[in-house]
Design a protein around this ligand. Sequence first.
Ligand code: DOR
Ligand code: ZN
Ligand code: ZN
Length: 449
Amino acid sequence: MTADLVLANAKAYVNKEIVDCSLAIDRGKIFKIGKETTMPKAEAKTDLKKLLVLPGLIDAHVHLRDEGKAYKEDFRTGTAAAAAGGITTVLDMPNNNPVTMSVATLRERIRIAEKKILVNVGFYSEFPESMNKIGVIAKEGAVAFKLFMAEQMGGLNIDDDHALLEAFQTISKLKLLVAVHAEDKKALEKSRSELKKTNRNDVNAYLMAHSENVEVKAMKRLLKIVEKTKARIHFCHVSTENGLKTIMDGKKAGLPLTCEVTPHHLLLSAEDFRSVGTLALTMPPVREERHIKALWNGVKNGWVDIIASDHAPHALEEKKADSIWDVKVGVPGLETMLPLLLTEVNRGSLTIADVVRLTSERPAEIFNLKENGSLREGGNADLTVVDLKKKYVIDASKFCSKAKHSPFDGWKVRGKPVKTFVFGRLIMDDGEIVAKAGSGRIIRRGAAS
Ligand code: DOR
Ligand code: ZN
Ligand code: ZN
């Protein structure tokens, strides 16, 4: 047989170790991993010159926008940013215009995305108004559901405990997964309005409003519902010491929980927020050292399941305002996540095994992406080639994302994604996008690929 492509003279993370090998790729799948002499003939051959091949990254928390928010980001620019950042699969959040929360809105999003995407994209749905629609939305292909607890976003009344219980009963029965933004709406509204009354509109006021307690309160409320329903919950962007402790206690008690942290919560402090200003404004915010330490501990000892970017692009003008309450929250993260993590590998605070576990293996398990998450014969040829030694300075003005700003702008990093393959096709080569829009694939829940 003649394979489509052989990647020769590589290093690759296979079966939990880095090995010298070549990889043969055929019809989008990894056909063979082994010594160069064992490779089949191939249409094309690339000498990787000992660069390291990792399973393509899966970013489970991305806001691709498009539709009514296309001025912030669209499917092409967002997935170009993913490919540039070494990410081969992204899961798209539902807080769009219109909100993704029905079969019709999901179908329309998929229709628009199909022609534009450069990497694989799966979709979250918010809860619909009628809970008996959860099943049909899942059937339509939503990878998971999202519950935003900080303000009313979807069709489920988040102030109503009974409605929440019913929704989670359905989720449990259908064996679905809910990703949760855990900040308590009522506690948040109360602290925010008290601060506004005293004309507080600065960075510290924002930190006070989005307190540790606001996060913990939402988590505890939900854990009571999980105890009753056994619904699977994934906590997004855990940001506090007690937030992580609450999840750890739930896990120890046997509840079906997983959780994520972001690079910004690991690498930026409240002090950085005060000096960088609103370009570092996210929700939940970056925090004091005590929390950062706890998150790092969680990453190292395995309590944290995944790292995701929470790529949340906004126009530059939206990131500035006289009052902090008027600034749009969120930072672009697709193009900085892997370089920042590889920099931590070079510093010795993470290993390659940690990075692969947190950004490929565990996300694939949690979101049931069976053909992805590791390099193995027969698996999808979604690959990220990295140059671990490459030093460079993050330059947000060069981002593929429409959001050409970042709190990490100007940071010196070491370790760079240099090639991204999606289903065997080269999408990014040395920072350039080399594939056509539409090269990526839509991921549907439960569908074989
Ligand atoms: O920082 C954030 N940005 N947090 C959110 O919860 C929403 C997100 C966005 O969509 O911009
Ligand atoms: Zn969120
Ligand atoms: Zn988000």
